[in-house]
Ligand binder design. Structure first.
Ligand SMILES: [Zn+2]
Length: 283
């Protein structure tokens, strides 16, 4: 009983130490696109540009996350072209806990532009949810000609099979759910759901990663809202609270789970060091 108590005390006192070791939450925000065509992303009416809105929202989100004590890195902080591979490298080298790529959606036809609006959050999967998700991934990846969709047995499949990345992949689905909930609640824009697609920018990151389509710049009302400071702040608040909610609910749970092994790992360590474990051992 006393042993159990000691173990409990050891486990509980180990928690703050672990939390300290971990340091502040590191978030990499990735404003989609940037720079001259063909890297400038989608366009809406009246000079509404996806790349500009994505950057403004990322900067506002950074400010809100920093106020909560997080360390935030942007993959770009100006209107410049940053290749997808560099965005991935920035996130991995930063040892980020969470990666969020920020984009705006747009419809092609006049009819669709009038009626389609809403928020959707993606996590990486080699199998797109549907034809629409597949097409969107092609666009965000740089067009169907520029970057072919991943085929079986290629790099993406390899990454998905990598056990070390398995947890990050599972957590990406949870991150997508949580961010989507916060986005819909915070903006009151319709939910288009959590979806899966083979986005290249999500394929190499070694941490829970999502791509958020924060709204349609092609929609008359949503497009107007998206360029405004007030709505952008709403979106940023939703993204920031989604990330911190995920950190508390999913990453903190992992932190507690990590605290358990020292207690159960104790006996094997004693065994290995003690000659009693060996049949021919002498005192
Ligand atoms: Zn985009």
């Amino acid at each position: 009983m006393r042993q159990l108590l000691c173990l409990l005390v050891a486990t509980v006192t180990a928690l703050p130490a672990l939390a300290e070791q971990k340091g502040p939450l590191v978030v990499v925000l990735d404003p989609g696109h940037g720079g001259p065509p063909p890297h400038d992303g989608a366009h809406g009416a009246r000079g509404r540009h996806e790349k500009a809105i994505a950057l403004q929202v990322a900067q506002k989100t950074r400010q809100m996350l920093e106020q909560q004590g997080a360390t935030v890195i942007l993959t770009r902080d100006s209107d410049e072209h940053v290749p997808l591979a560099d965005r991935v490298r920035i996130a991995n080298e930063a040892g980020a806990d969470v990666f969020v790529s920020i984009h705006c959606n747009a419809m092609e036809t006049r009819e669709d532009r009038k009626v389609t609006r809403g928020v959707e959050t993606y996590f990486l999967s080699p199998d797109p949810t549907d034809a629409e998700a597949k097409m969107l991934a092609q666009l965000e990846n740089g067009g169907p000609e520029a970057v072919p969709l991943p085929k079986a047995n290629d790099a993406v499949t390899g990454i998905l099979n990598d056990l070390a990345l398995g947890q990050a992949r599972n957590d990406s689905a949870a991150l997508a759910q949580i961010v989507q909930q916060h986005m819909v609640r915070g903006t009151t824009s319709p939910s288009r759901g959590v979806r899966q697609a083979p986005f290249l920018v999500l394929s190499g990151t070694r941490m829970p990663s999502v791509l958020v389509e924060i709204g349609f710049i092609s929609h008359p009302r949503e497009g107007r809202l998206l360029v405004g400071d007030k709505y952008q702040a709403k979106v940023a608040r939703a993204l920031a609270s989604g990330v911190t909610d995920f950190a508390e609910r999913v990453l903190a749970r992992r932190l507690i789970a990590q605290a358990k092994p020292p207690a159960s790992a104790e006996p094997p360590r004693v065994q290995a060091a003690s000659p009693v474990a060996s049949p021919s051992g002498t005192r």
